[in-house]
Design a protein around this ligand. Structure first.
Ligand code: ADP
Ligand code: ADP
Length: 231
């Protein structure tokens, strides 16, 4: 489970200009794919279509997960199979532990703690995103963007989906935060199929396959080493 295929996908938001113009690629089970390309090249549209924010019409190609057309899968089971880590993670105004636990209904405190640990957020489990700590009853430091993203990573670890959609933050994060996020992401991506909108060179280099997009077309497709050979 977790094999993804885009089969000659066309998509247009306005019915005229194509956002995706005949996109085909396969993500073998368990492999990491980096989507690379300029603004407006179609990266987000690929993720939105896989999550079924929009459905493809007849004759505009197919998207398959494990050989099954995603239009034949219920939204509910599709969303159970796919974890999303957005660029700007929005959190509930509740403890970090609660926010992480939201990833899996009925999760135990031990499971939440383990997920928090994998994302290096375990020392803030009783804090709220605004910094209020229920344990000490005082207001501390509010969560940074990078910490919010790590909460979202921990929540997705707990959810344990076979497929991941990741949107790497473009904003400049300090180097230590960035290292912590990379570590947490490595834990998350391990053993799952992932599609990442990649901005960092380290993410691109560590992906199994890189898809380069331009104007809704895949212009390059290969491993980092393969692409580096291209003149
Ligand atoms: P990227 O993620 O690579 O920046 P997108 O997939 O967001 O690119 O956009 C692909 C094309 O679709 C662009 O031409 C963009 O202007 C257009 N587009 C994206 N989202 C919308 C939308 N909600 N409504 C209309 N056009 C959109
Ligand atoms: P649905 O999209 O069908 O409502 P869920 O409620 O299970 O499905 O949400 C899917 C994923 O999106 C969850 O794993 C959760 O991490 C995240 N999510 C849903 N709602 C929110 C929200 N308000 N804030 C942050 N994350 C959310």
């Amino acid at each position: 489970d977790g094999e993804i295929e885009f089969d000659n996908v066309f998509f247009s938001y306005d019915g005229r200009t194509p956002a995706l113009d005949g996109v085909s690629f396969k993500v073998p089970k368990g492999s990491a794919v980096a989507l690379v390309g300029g603004s407006g090249s179609g990266k987000s549209t690929i993720l939105r279509l896989l999550y079924r924010f929009y459905d493809l019409k007849e004759g505009q190609g197919r998207i398959l997960i494990d050989g099954q057309d995603i239009r034949d899968v219920t939204q509910k089971s599709l969303r159970q199979a796919i974890g999303v880590v957005p660029q700007d993670s929005v959190l509930f105004n509740s403890s970090i532990g609660y926010n992480i636990g939201y990833g899996k209904f009925g999760s135990t405190p031990e499971e939440i703690e383990a997920a928090a640990k994998s994302a290096q957020m375990h020392d803030r489990i009783t804090s709220f995103p605004d910094g209020y700590n229920t344990k000490v009853g005082e207001r501390g430091v509010r969560l940074s963007g990078g910490e919010k993203q790590r909460v979202s990573i921990a929540r997705t670890l707990l959810k344990n989906p076979p497929i991941l959609l990741l949107d790497e933050a473009t904003s400049a994060l300090d180097t230590s935060t960035e290292k912590d996020i990379q570590k947490a992401l490595q834990n998350l991506v391990q053993g799952r199929s992932s599609l990442s909108i990649a901005h960092r060179l380290s993410t691109i280099a560590s992906s199994d396959v890189i898809l380069v997009l331009k104007d809704g077309h895949v212009t390059e497709h290969g491993s980092f080493n393969e692409l580096m050979e291209i003149e």
